[in-house]
Design a protein around this ligand. Structure first.
Ligand code: 4AZ
Length: 265
């Protein structure tokens, strides 16, 4: 996929490359995200999430991810939504890694608020109001840029290979390092909206979000050891290609707007 995808063809995908590799290049490469690391033996692609590992993660029926911002409000990507207003068409699934599990909680939407000024470039966030609260932990969002660095966790039900188009029924996760705007622009140039977007990925490729993961959170631990959301899966050129980071909405930049919109929802 060469551009931001439409809802049906988007999402966070944990791309899995053939894992066969020499065990040698490894230890070194994993510490140096920007170092060439082709065919490394470290974790390639995603792995299954454990039950309750990310209890704030939700799946959206149009094939996107999201996170519980409040018990009755989901934070997701604007490009997964059709627009703002009353909307009872979205089914939000929570409480189970396996979407087909009998333990999965399903709640309908009542309203959607897309980021003010969203026009397909930057500002890729939206809120969904739920018909009833979901009794699961929420995911706090970053309100300053201090956590826009280091290693991030990504998770989703998206494709495990670029172009697969099917997604998975079981939640998968992976770890990707922060990529500075300057480095991210080596590939994307001015298509990257630096203030509003954040990049992450391994220079060697092989691990990334993909179609179907869109709208889901990118998160890390804060100084107190609690999960904090720094990104929203937004777009990228394909998935897990070498030298091509994933692009995420920079949540801290929009934290006040998100809080305001949630209060008004
Ligand atoms: C998509 O199609 C998509 N590799 C999401 C994330 C990325 C690429 C595509 C990032 O929604």
């Amino acid at each position: 996929m060469l551009t931001q995808s439409s809802p049906k063809r988007s999402g966070i995908t944990l791309v899995k490359r053939a894992a066969a590799v020499g065990a040698v290049a490894l230890a070194v490469a994993s510490l140096h995200p920007l170092t060439a690391n082709a065919a490394s033996t470290r974790v390639v692609g995603g792995t299954p999430a454990a039950q309750n590992e990310f209890p704030f993660m939700v799946h959206l029926s149009m094939g996107c991810g999201g996170a519980l911002y409040k018990k009755d409000v989901v934070l997701t990507a604007a490009h997964c939504m059709d627009g703002s207003g009353n909307n009872t068409s979205i089914t939000v699934t929570a409480g189970a890694n396996d979407l087909n599990s009998s333990a999965a909680i399903k709640v309908k939407s009542t309203k959607v608020k897309v980021a003010p000024g969203y026009n397909g470039t930057g500002k890729d966030w939206a809120l969904i109001k739920l018909a009833r609260p979901i009794d699961k932990p929420t995911l706090k969002i970053a309100t300053t840029d201090r956590y826009n660095r280091g290693m991030f966790t990504i998770a989703g039900w998206g494709d495990t290979e670029e172009g697969a188009g099917t997604g998975t029924t079981k939640l998968r996760k992976a770890t990707v390092p922060f990529v500075a705007d300057r480095v991210c622009k080596r590939h994307y140039g001015n298509r990257l909206v630096s203030k509003e977007e954040l990049c992450a990925g391994w220079q060697s490729g092989g691990i990334d979000t993909c179609q179907g993961d869109s709208g889901g959170p990118m998160f890390r631990k804060d100084d107190a050891g609690k999960w904090i959301q720094v990104g929203i899966v937004s777009w990228g050129d394909g998935c897990a290609r070498a030298g091509v980071p994933g692009v995420y909405t920079e949540v801290s930049h929009f934290a006040k707007d998100i809080a305001r919109a949630a209060n008004a929802l």
